[in-house]
Design a protein around this ligand. Structure first.
Ligand code: C2E
Ligand code: MG
Ligand code: MG
Ligand code: MG
Length: 286
């Protein structure tokens, strides 16, 4: 009997694994077709100045509409990275976001920055710098308004090669942002090695900042350090008025989060800039 149960258990486990395997293969197959089927769309989330409440930039966040459902980037980006599909997908993201940003720029927002998430796998490509250069010239978007968000994952391969590429990009005027800052293990050395212009404090610090004093102390220290290195600081994942007020008090430069708004499709983002931009201006005058 016990053997029987064991057998069943084993079978159950096996078929669950098969399911995961099947799903992953299915996911990969669908992902391969997603670009040509135009199933990707970019959402944009404003980055709001803590000082005056104006939107100084946006982060582009990819969405995949597959079989009528949204697949979260957290679920498909890792597969895209494993399969190398992140390279063509990442090119599409960059071209689309730069084209959009150029339109907004021409429509009367001359200083709006555009933040784009760059996977370590993209940075490892020999032609990454050429790709960015080509996309900028194709779209006419200014390099000094382009912000590339990188993570500590970029150090998994050849560090010198990565540094060389970032130096080349920075020489063009492109800004480098350290995403999810504080979640990795070698954060301080990274800022120096990769000569970033901006750091985004990870949401984990922000979400407990109102309850846990040690989080506030850490954030305070991060901001002080960043400013002494002349880096801009963005808080991501700010959801409440209280978190916003604390981050502002701690001299954080930019705020991004549901407190202002969720990532939105481009038309909605435009309406937001038209209608709500002014309201934010008022609500930030605490
Ligand atoms: P990330 O770059 O750290 O982006 C911030 C994430 O936090 C986004 O999730 C955003 O929707 C979410 N967020 C913003 N404000 C709040 C808030 O107030 N509360 C909460 N709970 N969440 C908030 P999303 O869009 O699901 O993206 C997840 C991750 O997927 C991103 O993290 C980024 O690492 C990756 N990703 C997204 N788009 C791209 C892309 O185009 N290329 C690459 N390589 N990665 C991307
Ligand atoms: Mg990001
Ligand atoms: Mg982040
Ligand atoms: Mg993240």
């Amino acid at each position: 009997k016990a053997k029987e149960r064991g057998g069943n258990k084993y079978e159950f486990y096996q078929s669950a694994l098969d399911g995961i395997h099947r799903n992953k293969i299915k996911l990969e197959r669908s992902l391969r077709k997603a670009l040509e089927r135009e199933e990707f769309v970019l959402y944009y989330q404003p980055q709001v100045s803590a000082a005056d409440g104006t939107a100084g930039g946006a982060e582009a966040l990819i969405r995949w509409v597959h079989d009528g459902r949204f697949v979260s980037p957290g679920d498909f980006i890792p597969v895209a990275e494993e399969t190398g599909l992140i390279v063509p997908i990442g090119d599409w993201v960059m071209r689309t976001a730069c084209r959009q940003a150029k339109l907004w720029q021409d429509a009367g927002m001359p200083q709006m920055k555009m933040g784009i998430n760059v996977s370590p796998v993209q940075l490892q490509q020999d032609d990454f710098v050429e790709t960015v250069t080509r996309i900028l010239s194709e779209t006419g978007f200014q390099p000094h308004l382009l912000v590339l968000e990188i993570t500590e994952g970029i150090a998994i391969r050849d560090i010198q090669d990565t540094v060389d590429k970032l130096v080349a990009l920075k020489a063009m005027g492109i800004r480098i942002s350290m995403d999810d800052f504080g979640t990795g293990y070698s954060s301080l050395g990274f800022l120096q090695t990769f000569k970033v212009d901006e750091l985004k404090i990870a949401q984990t610090f922000i979400s407990h900042i109102a309850e846990k004093d040690d989080h506030a102390q850490i954030v305070k220290a991060i901001v002080a350090m960043a400013h002494s290195l002349e880096l801009d600081v963005i808080a991501e994942g700010v959801e409440t008025r209280e978190q916003f007020a604390i981050m502002r008090e701690l001299q954080c430069d930019w705020i991004q989060g549901y407190y202002f708004c969720k990532p939105m499709p481009s038309e909605e983002f435009e309406r937001y800039l038209d209608e709500r931009g002014r309201k934010h201006l008022q609500s930030t005058r605490l």
